[in-house]
Design a protein around this ligand. Structure first.
Ligand SMILES: C[S@@+](CC[C@H](N)C(=O)[O-])C[C@H]1O[C@@H](n2cnc3c(N)ncnc32)[C@H](O)[C@@H]1O
Length: 269
C-alpha cells in the first residue's frame, strides 16, 4: 500500500472519492427508506467531500490531499450550477495542467515557498561569499528566486522549470533582473557542478534520486537545501524550523564533493 501511495497518489484519491460517493449514496437511500430526511445537493456534496478526505487520509495520502479531496465534489457541484460558458471549464483545466505539468510524471505539484521561509533562506544565503551561484530546481513562477536575486545583486541565480505556464511567467518576470536566468529545463538534466547552493521545494518522491545526483555533481563545500522534504536515510547537517502553519522546515546538507563521496563509498565498502 505504501508503494502504491508513493507512486500513484492520484489513484488512491480516486478510490477515496468513489468509496465516499458509494457510502453517501447508500446513506441517502437508507434515509429515504427510513425517514423523511433529504439532504440538499450541497450538504450531500460536503458530506461526500469530508468522507473522501478522511478515507484518503486513512489510506495514507499526505495532508494536502485532504483539502483536494474535501473540495473536489463541492467545487464541481458549485461550478456546474453556475451559469458559466463551457470554455471557462476548459480554460480552467488547461491553466491547472500548464501550471501543474509535473504533478503526474514527477509527482511534484505547484506550491510556493512561503514568505518566512524565503526570509530565512535569505539569512542563510547571507553567509555565502558575495558572488555565490544559486539554483532553484523547479522554480515555479519564479517569485522566490527573483526576490532572492534582488536581495543579492552580486550573486548569480538560475531557475529551471518544465511546467510550461510557470516557466513562461518566471522567464518574463526575470527579463529585467540581470543576475537571474530562467531555463526551460528538466532538473534531472541540469548540471549542478557550477552551483554553490541548490535549493528545491519538490515532494518526497524525487528526494532519494536527487540526493544521488547532488552527490555526484555538486562541488565540495556546496549546499543542498530542501524545503520540508527529507532525503530518506540521510540526516541533514542543519535543520531550520519555521514554525509556520505548514510546519515548514529548511534542511541543509553540506556536500562532500564527488571525489570525497566516492572515496567514502569505497572505504565503506
Ligand atoms: C513545489 S513547486 C516549488 C516552486 C518554487 N521553487 C518555490 O519554492 O516557490 C515545485 C516546482 O518544481 C517543478 N518541477 C517538478 N519536477 C521538475 C523537473 N523534473 N524539472 C523541472 N521542474 C520540475 C514543478 O513544475 C513545480 O513548479
Amino acid at each position: 500500500m505504501q508503494r502504491l501511495v508513493k507512486r500513484y497518489p492520484v489513484l488512491l484519491a480516486l478510490v477515496a472519492q468513489l468509496g465516499a460517493a458509494l457510502l453517501i449514496a447508500a446513506l441517502i437511500y437508507l434515509a429515504a427508506q427510513l425517514s423523511s430526511w433529504r439532504p440538499t445537493g450541497l450538504a450531500a456534496a460536503l458530506l461526500q467531500g469530508l468522507l473522501a478526505a478522511s478515507l484518503g487520509r486513512w489510506l495514507g495520502l499526505s495532508r494536502w490531499w485532504w483539502w483536494l479531496n474535501l473540495a473536489f465534489v463541492p467545487a464541481l457541484l458549485l461550478a456546474s450550477g453556475a451559469a458559466l460558458p463551457s470554455w471557462v471549464f476548459l480554460a480552467g483545466f488547461a491553466l491547472l495542467l500548464l501550471l501543474n505539468w509535473n504533478s503526474l510524471g514527477e509527482r511534484v505539484p505547484l506550491y510556493l515557498t512561503g514568505v518566512r521561509t524565503r526570509q530565512r533562506l535569505a539569512e542563510l544565503l547571507a553567509r555565502q561569499p558575495a558572488g555565490f551561484r544559486f539554483i532553484d530546481l523547479g522554480c515555479g513562477p519564479g517569485g522566490s528566486l527573483l526576490s532572492l536575486a534582488r536581495q543579492f545583486p552580486r550573486a548569480q541565480f538560475v531557475g529551471v522549470e518544465t511546467a510550461p505556464l510557470s516557466f513562461a511567467i518566471a522567464w518574463l518576470r526575470a527579463l529585467g533582473q540581470a543576475n537571474c536566468r530562467i531555463r526551460y529545463e528538466n532538473l534531472w538534466r541540469t548540471d549542478l557542478s557550477h552551483f554553490d547552493v541548490a535549493y528545491c521545494f519538490l515532494s518526497p518522491a524525487p528526494m532519494a534520486d536527487l540526493w544521488v545526483k547532488a552527490l555526484k555533481e555538486m562541488p565540495a563545500g556546496s549546499w543542498l537545501i530542501s524545503n520540508s522534504f527529507e532525503v530518506p536515510g540521510v540526516p541533514a547537517d542543519q535543520r531550520v524550523e519555521l514554525h509556520d502553519w505548514r510546519q515548514s522546515l529548511l534542511l541543509l546538507w553540506r556536500m562532500p564533493g564527488a571525489n570525497r563521496s566516492l572515496k567514502s563509498v569505497a572505504s565503506d565498502g
